[in-house]
Design a protein around this ligand. Structure first.
Ligand code: ZN
Ligand code: ZN
Length: 561
């Protein structure tokens, strides 16, 4: 069946398999299946809507609505939500059931649930089991981390996104098991690797792209099992050391030159149509050990799923953003995992949740509908307790009302998000200008910069070129970002890292650095094109008009080995 997206008017397909999935995921109440209808929006518009409800980047100071204490929160002070500090939220001295309400059937059910989301205390940050890591979000099991997002099991890291099991690593995006790494995008198992992209199991490398099992390489692309290479030229150890010394890597100007040299090398290098390893019958990008997945991105160990992103472990899921580990038979959710089973249109529910509809921040709950912030509950609707029979009857009535309102089977709208569109993850993958955002009736938030308490403000371009000329006093200055003009500070442990690793001090605001790193990956969109060698038809995240040479898997492997 072909459908037209109600938002972007693109045509999209609903297959027989899709219909079978929607049927399988549909709730059964009083012996009746309340079939989830095919969605009104295309997959991309659904991902955009879902991700507008998550803020992976901006943290603010506000007061806890419980204690009045100044806390760090993903919700800025003016947001009309009740925010408790994470540790306070988990205590038993408040009861989310006190906010319970009955939903009126003659008005938007989604709006009423969104109202409940505003009233029930929410967590300042979605974090768990961290130590000395006040400024992290959607992160757990971290120690001494600062401004890390979706970063788990890591230590002494700063400014990272989607990083796991890493140590002493700064400014990296997407990766596992990094140590002493800097400015890496999608690198795994690397040690002392700086300015790298798509590299695996490398050490002591700088300015490298698509290298595997390499050590001591500089300015190289597409190498396998190499040592002492410079600009893809094999050198003797002595010669490599001698030439490397000539590059003053602790100088900002050298960094700039090398970044543009790497850009030129990149254009001459054959790219694989999509990135992935050990997959079977999958489409998408950045997939690992996945089977029968369609249009999924940044996933591992996923099976029989469609339109998912950033999942580790799961099967039979559609439209899930984060995180699995595992999730089964879930539809259109964000932040669900650790045993999520049959969750539909939910946000941030874990662990061991099952049969939830339109719930958020529910912990270990089953059979609940439109609930917020519950723990260990069953048969609740709108944070009110019912017995099984009443639950089934009432849930059926509400679904019928939602069907009439055209809301059943649709996720919460962008307008119900606690975040402004440009604060949300959606802006990262579906960027819009302020005008476009406002035109759609969505909200925009001007970036907030607390003018740092400093003795001196210095333009980025005036920061000394050589690391050795940077005085300790820079810790008392504000640097004005060369790109955005936003002021930022260099922290003590950060400066120490640059000195230990012989790296220049950045001149760009951390938020802008995140944006630049994210731009280095391809969009989460597949294009039909052909292999530049064998003309085979393939799907790639490289759009047909782009300058890169794009190879199918076979031609690519023939090229690099
Ligand atoms: Zn659309
Ligand atoms: Zn080919």
């Amino acid at each position: 069946m072909q459908k037209t997206c109600a938002q972007c008017l693109a045509s999209f397909e609903i297959t027989e398999d899709d219909l079978a999935f929607y049927d399988k995921a549909s709730p059964v109440l009083q012996g009746k299946t309340h079939t989830v209808p095919p969605p009104k929006l295309c997959p991309a518009c659904r991902a955009q809507r879902r991700q507008s409800h998550f803020n992976y980047e901006f943290l603010y100071r506000r007061n806890s609505d419980k204690t009045g204490k100044s806390i760090v929160s993903s919700l800025s002070a003016e947001k009309p939500y009740t925010v408790y500090e994470q540790s306070e939220w988990w205590k038993d001295d408040w009861d989310p059931m006190e906010y319970g309400r009955e939903f009126a059937e003659n008005t938007s059910i989604l709006n009423q649930i969104a109202g409940l989301q505003q009233d029930v205390p929410t967590m300042s940050l979605v974090t768990d089991c961290n130590e000395n890591s006040e400024y992290v979000q959607y992160s757990g099991w971290d120690k001494n981390c600062y401004l890390c997002f979706c970063t788990d099991y890591s230590e002494d890291c700063m400014y990272t996104h989607s990083i796991y099991y890493s140590k002493n690593t700064l400014d990296c995006f997407m990766g596992n098991t990094l140590e002493l790494c800097y400015e890496c995008v999608y690198c795994n198992e690397c040690y002392r690797v700086f300015h790298a992209q798509n590299c695996h199991n490398c050490s002591e490398c700088r300015f490298v792209l698509d290298c595997q099992n390499c050590t001591d390489c500089f300015g190289c692309v597409g190498l396998r099992n190499k040592q002492y290479c410079m600009f893809n030229e094999q050198l003797e150890k002595q010669e490599y050391r001698k030439r490397l010394k000539e590059y003053k890597t602790a100088h900002h100007s050298v960094r700039t030159t090398m970044e543009s040299a790497l850009g030129t090398l990149k254009d001459t290098h054959a790219c694989k149509a999509t990135i992935g390893l050990h997959n079977e019958d999958c489409t998408g990008d950045y997939l690992f050990h996945c089977k029968d997945c369609t249009e999924c991105y940044d996933c591992s160990e996923l099976r029989d799923s469609k339109y998912c992103n950033s999942m580790r472990g799961g099967n039979d899921c559609y439209d899930i953003s984060h995180w699995g580990h595992p999730a089964e038979l879930c539809l259109e959710c964000g932040g669900v995992g650790e045993g999520a089973n049959k969750l539909l249109f939910c946000n941030c529910c874990w662990p061991n949740c099952s049969d939830l509809l339109y719930c958020s921040f529910c912990i270990s709950c089953r059979n609940c509908f439109g609930c917020v912030g519950l723990r260990n509950k069953q048969y609740c609707i709108g944070n009110k307790q019912y017995d099984k029979e009443t639950y089934d009857a009432l849930a059926s009535t509400i679904i019928t009302a939602m069907v009439q309102q055209g809301e059943w089977g649709e996720y919460f709208p962008v307008t119900a998000s606690p975040y402004a569109y440009n604060e949300s993850v959606a802006q990262k993958y579906y960027p819009l200008s302020k005008e476009e955002i406002l035109k759609r009736g969505w909200s925009w938030k001007e970036p907030e910069d607390n003018i740092p308490d400093v003795t001196k403000t210095i333009a980025g371009s005036m920061v000394p070129d050589a690391l050795e000329d940077i005085p300790d006093d820079i810790l008392n200055w504000a640097v004005v970002c060369e790109v955005t003009r936003r002021p930022f500070k260099i922290l003590k442990q950060e400066l120490q890292f640059y000195r230990d690793m012989q790296l220049p001090v950045p001149r760009i605001h951390p938020d802008e650095r995140v944006r630049i790193r994210m731009m280095k990956r391809n969009p989460r969109k597949l294009f039909e094109r052909t292999c530049d060698t064998c003309d085979r038809e393939l799907q790639s995240t490289y759009a047909p008009g782009r300058p890169e040479t794009v190879f199918c898997e076979e031609c690519y492997l023939a090229e690099v080995y």
